[in-house]
Design a protein around this ligand. Structure first.
Ligand SMILES: [Zn+2]
Length: 303
């Protein structure tokens, strides 16, 4: 993933935490490689521990360790974070998730309000992470995912390899999937699902599009311009990072050209299963017809 890795490196270096910064790009890359596709067929089974229900209902933020599982639940308005990784780490996740939820709400206020409490589970290890995601085999470095039931699961890579801003971006990306209900349907165009989450998460980081999409930017400067949004196939195989960057950039282009309201209508319609929203929301445009305009946008913004 682009911007985050670069931005986090800079920030971490300034703070003397070079190791954490350097790891950010790796972890984010792993996240892209491993998941975050709301339409993943295996994401449905959620095996939350029973201790979730033992949290205090009277406190806006509570800690309720379970003797049976060691799971702790922390909650605040609109968020619940649980896991067996210890209260300190959970509190950190909760703090960053609060910021992330605020970021998402700036773009999708109605959807965030309607979503109610967003649940985030922090896996203690790779095996638990795979189990929480639904038993789908994953590599050890997968960072985050959203289940088909709309629950965010994050792995230790997020906590150990990312700075606070990186964690916020990962969480905002996943929370976007949750509130737009992009994980409850299959067959959605990947560039819309991932591009909308990327755009939503990164727009408040202060990072430029070029900084956020360094691989794409390098290609633009070399006059290797994408024709349009990435096809679904680009999100599997060896070029996932670039696919995420391309999806993010195309969303930025659509917002720039047609305005945020039209873009939001398009994302909501597509996330609801519409397959013809592009032309309907963008004045009859087609991705083919917009090729030259997209190229000009990229040259201007990231070239
Ligand atoms: Zn995703």
């Amino acid at each position: 993933m682009r911007t985050i890795g670069r931005g986090q490196r800079t920030r971490a270096t300034e703070g003397g935490a070079r190791r954490a910064g350097a790891a950010a790009g790796v972890v984010l890359a792993a996240m892209l490689l491993g998941g975050c596709d709301g339409s993943g067929p295996g994401g449905g089974v959620h095996t939350s521990t029973g201790s979730v229900s033992s949290r205090s209902a009277t406190s806006s933020r509570s800690s309720a360790p379970s003797a049976a599982t060691g799971t702790v639940v922390l909650s605040t308005a609109g968020l619940q974070v649980s896991g067996s990784v210890g209260t300190t780490q959970l509190a950190q996740v909760l703090a960053e998730a609060r910021v992330a939820r605020t970021w998402v709400a700036r773009t999708w206020p109605t959807q965030v309000a309607a979503a109610g409490t967003v649940r985030v589970q922090v896996a203690a290890n790779a095996a638990q992470f795979a189990r929480l995601r639904g038993g789908v085999p994953e590599s050890d470095d997968l960072a985050a995912s959203t289940t088909a039931s709309g629950e965010v699961v994050i792995g230790q890579a997020v906590m150990q390899g990312l700075t606070a801003q990186g964690q916020r971006v990962v969480l905002a990306h996943e929370i976007t999937h949750v509130v737009l209900r992009q994980t409850t349907r299959t067959g959605l165009a990947r560039w819309v699902v991932e591009g909308s989450a990327e755009y939503t998460a990164y727009r408040w980081t202060g990072l430029s599009l070029g900084a956020a999409c360094p691989t794409l930017a390098a290609d633009v400067r070399a006059d290797r311009l994408p024709a349009g949004p990435p096809p679904d196939a680009a999100f599997s195989g060896g070029q996932q990072q670039r696919a995420y960057q391309d999806a993010h950039a195309y969303m930025s282009f659509l917002v720039d050209r047609f305005g945020e309201n039209a873009w939001k209508q398009f994302v909501l319609a597509t996330s609801s299963g519409s397959t013809d929203a592009f032309g309907a929301d963008f004045d009859g445009a087609t991705t083919t017809g917009l090729r030259a305009a997209y190229a000009a946008f990229l040259r201007h913004t990231v070239g």
